[in-house]
Design a protein around this ligand. Structure first.
Ligand code: AHZ
Length: 312
């Protein structure tokens, strides 16, 4: 019995009962030294299956008609989504990412190092995002690239008007005829053709695995430079004869590459804005290596370009 007349044993027993029977503990502190009677709230397996699948198929239904589709959830795609969703809560924004883990190349700074370098004025984007950094004069250092990427990702995912479809590959672009006097075969991009990535990876050895679609008047492609998946949309623009050929990404020159990527972020064909390193393949721009300011600011510009097109 405590000095104030409270029977400790009795009070703990009451606490244990109230915590464990209905799973309705109010704070985690209530469990301290009180785990013996611990139990979760009840569940049946089918309830979990239904809760997950219902939500996913509802999302597929809702976003089958999107306002904007962002292809690729790397540093540029996520920065674009952050700017668009913060400015325009009225727009339905779908992000399609081939990987299970969104973030692209932005989980590390460069090689396998942790710190992420951003040249000024890209710290302004970090300020808006609330990511801390050390000021090193002409550039800033985020102590771990994962701090940038996880913060950006968590902010983007919290917007109610954004849905991330990860483990989903954009396999093709939806087009509509938009002939011009110069080019009677010109098209505008009107959405994306998707498939679960594991399915996309098996088109060569399994038949009849047709894709799915998302209609959208505006697609923003940020699939990175050429590689196993990269530069997807612009390579497709060449094979569908909408641009003559790719310039091909040039060698590394940090001093020129970052300005070029930001400045060239634009609508490449009607309905398709290209940002980030995918753009280097279109124009033959240099790569910048492990500095990420251009990816963030290309995202800022891609969002601005998108809203200009949207409001036209
Ligand atoms: O999985 C890809 C990655 O997450 C995804 N992606 C590619 N093709 C796709 C497809 N459907 C869906 N067909 C697809 N998703 O796109 C994302 C691209 O992210 P990234 O980090 O590769 O590109 P980024 O342009 O956002 O950032 C580039 C970062 C680089 S590369 C570089 C250099 O090589 O010099 N320097 C920097 C800063």
């Amino acid at each position: 019995v405590l000095g104030n007349g409270v029977d400790l044993k009795k009070s703990l027993a009451v606490k244990a009962a109230s915590v464990s029977q209905d799973g309705q503990a109010k704070t985690l502190a209530e469990f301290e030294s009180n785990w013996d009677n611990f139990t979760f709230a009840p569940i049946r397996e089918s309830q979990v299956s239904r809760a997950m699948t219902r939500r996913y198929f509802q999302d597929l239904d809702t976003y089958a008609e999107s306002d904007i589709v962002i292809v690729g959830a790397g540093s540029c795609g996520l920065s674009t989504a952050f700017m668009l969703a913060s400015k325009r809560p009225d727009l339905k924004i779908a992000i399609v990412e081939a990987g299970v883990a969104p973030g692209g190349g932005a989980w590390l700074g460069g090689q396998l190092f942790s710190a992420m370098i951003m040249r000024k004025p890209a710290q302004l984007f970090l300020n808006e995002l609330g990511v801390p950094y050390e000021d090193d004069g002409d550039w800033v250092t985020v102590k771990h690239a994962a701090l940038f990427t996880s913060t950006l990702l968590s902010k983007v995912l919290q917007f109610p008007n954004v849905k991330l479809f990860n483990a989903t590959t954009v396999e093709d672009l939806i087009t509509r005829p938009a002939p011009t006097r110069k080019d009677p075969n010109a098209v505008r991009i009107a959405g994306v053709v998707t498939n679960w990535t594991l399915v996309s990876m098996h088109h060569d050895d399994q038949s009849c695995m047709d894709p799915n679609t998302i209609n959208a008047p505006l697609v923003i492609s940020t699939t990175g430079h050429d590689g196993p998946f990269g530069a997807f949309s612009v390579k497709r623009l060449v094979s569908m004869l909408q641009i003559e050929k790719l310039g091909g990404m040039r060698g590394l020159d940090m001093r020129t590459a970052e300005d070029a990527i930001v400045k060239r972020t634009r609508e490449v064909v009607p309905g398709l804005i290209v940002g980030g390193m995918e753009l280097s393949e279109v124009d033959g721009a240099n790569r910048m290596g492990p500095t990420f300011g251009a990816m963030a600011l290309s995202g800022v510009k891609a969002a601005e370009e998108a809203l200009n097109v949207w409001d036209e």
